[in-house]
Design a protein around this ligand. Structure first.
Ligand code: PLP
Length: 420
């Protein structure tokens, strides 16, 4: 069937902020371009002003991130390629350290966790370097039970990885209770804040996490190719390095320096992107995370208000039933399954007929889809950011309801192509 071309870019409504945020705050693109055209140098690698400027761009960004999560020691902010890289650094760092100590470690995670935890866990198990188990989650609420975590912890447990907000349902785990269980058992805990950092106030000390992984390119509103592993003071002793190389420091030695952040930051930085990230962070600090959260709560409420209409049109929102949806217990990420229409078909129609851009399929968290009974069909995900308005939420929900009414109901294929 011939398709009309997508509407002009200006009309396009980007609702894939859980993948990467767009648009970025004013000045971010210019900060990247300015670094590339006016500075150019690799920080810490040259004996001239431009290289020192690069180093100060990185130091400045590190401080802005440390301030955002209440970490008084910015050297414990480690720049990574993305959140996946940060999670790998923590997971493999803990496992290598345990193996070096002659222990085969045991790892725990949840079904809501992303493939950037599940795949490293499986890769380590396949090599015989670690064992792991996955907790259960309630099939309705998607929540993990702290008592089950308490029972799952064994003597050899070296790490518990917990996703803060699900990238499928947007639901927040009872993170304080789960971390408390880990603290009481003396087990290190890694939190994947990919969908919460920049959206909610997060204080690393209050959270009690040993490691906090988050991307720079989602809620922090920086460019792609940026991520962070934040390390609690003292927790660096739990980590071995998982890659080594030049740092521009202690170059007389051919072993990795001990000092942070260099120990975990070998190789040249993505300094243009970090310059952009620093600009985004200044915007976030100025706007204030509380205000951003209040704004996103308004968007959440607007989507939840439209649920009865969406349900009448055959959509199911993954996660708690409508009557138990609590805006305070979620972020602005929503996945829908339709009773008879494939999510890819819906996403296609949303783009071509309404210029609404969403994600369809299995959102890199297969066990979350198993929990919510969408592993064979996938789901349609709408994810909002700080520049979206309540009108955008209405436009997306109107479009969802309208296309459903016009679609010929085709049977859903038995398996959906994975999209990531
Ligand atoms: C919960 C969660 N963890 C990890 C990641 C991986 O983040 P990145 O794309 O920055 O590697 C994502 C990305 O969508 C995510 O949603």
């Amino acid at each position: 069937m011939p398709r009309t071309p997508p509407k002009a870019p200006k009309n396009r409504l980007y609702l894939d902020n859980a993948a990467t945020s767009f648009p970025k705050p004013p000045g971010v693109a210019e900060a990247v371009a300015n670094y590339m055209t006016e500075v150019g140098a690799s920080p810490g690698r040259g004996a001239y002003a431009e290289s020192r400027t690069g180093a100060s761009v990185i130091a400045d960004c590190r401080e802005l991130i440390a301030d955002l999560i209440g970490l008084p020691t910015p050297e414990r902010i480690i720049f990574t390629l993305n959140c996946t890289d940060a999670l790998n650094m923590a997971i493999k760092g803990v496992v290598f350290k345990a193996l070096r100590g002659g222990r085969r470690p045991y790892l725990i995670t949840t079904p809501l966790d992303h493939n950037s935890v599940l795949r490293p866990y499986n890769a380590l198990a396949e090599r015989g370097w670690a064992d792991w188990s996955c907790l259960h989650a309630d099939p309705e609420s998607g929540l993990v039970d702290p008592d089950e975590l308490r029972r799952a912890i064994r003597t050899e447990t070296a790490l518990v990885s917990l996703v803060h907000a699900s990238n499928v349902t947007g639901v927040l785990q009872p993170i304080d209770e789960l971390v408390k269980v880990c603290r009481e058992a003396g087990v290190p805990v890694l939190i994947d804040a990919a969908q919460s950092a920049g959206h909610l106030p997060i204080n690393m000390a209050e959270l009690g996490a040993d490691f906090l992984a988050f991307p720079g390119h989602k809620g922090l509103l920086g460019p792609l190719g940026t991520g962070v592993l934040a390390i609690r003071p003292g927790a660096e002793t739990l980590l071995d390095t998982w890659r080594e190389g030049g740092t521009g420091s202690a170059s007389e030695q051919d072993t990795q320096p001990e000092d942070l952040p260099d120990r975990f930051e070998p190789g040249s930085h993505n300094t243009p992107a970090i310059a952009g990230l620093a600009c985004a962070l200044r915007w976030l600090h100025e706007r204030g995370i509380d205000r951003i959260r209040a704004h996103e709560l308004e968007l959440i409420e607007r989507v939840l208000d439209r649920l009865p209409e969406a349900q009448a049109a055959g959509y199911r929102l993954l996660g708690p039933p409508t009557s138990q949806q609590d805006p305070a217990q979620r972020v602005a990420v929503f996945s829908f399954a339709h009773e008879s229409v494939d999510p890819h078909e819906l996403a296609d129609r949303l783009e071509h007929d309404h210029a609404v851009l969403v994600r369809a399929g299995i959102h890199c968290a297969p066990r979350a889809h198993e929990t919510h009974a969408t592993i064979s069909t996938g789901a349609l995900r709408l994810s909002f950011g700080p520049f979206n308005t309540p009108d955008d939420a209405d436009r997306a929900m109107d479009a969802l309801i309208e296309i459903e009414a016009t679609l010929t109901r085709a049977p859903i294929p038995t398996s959906a192509p994975a999209t990531g």
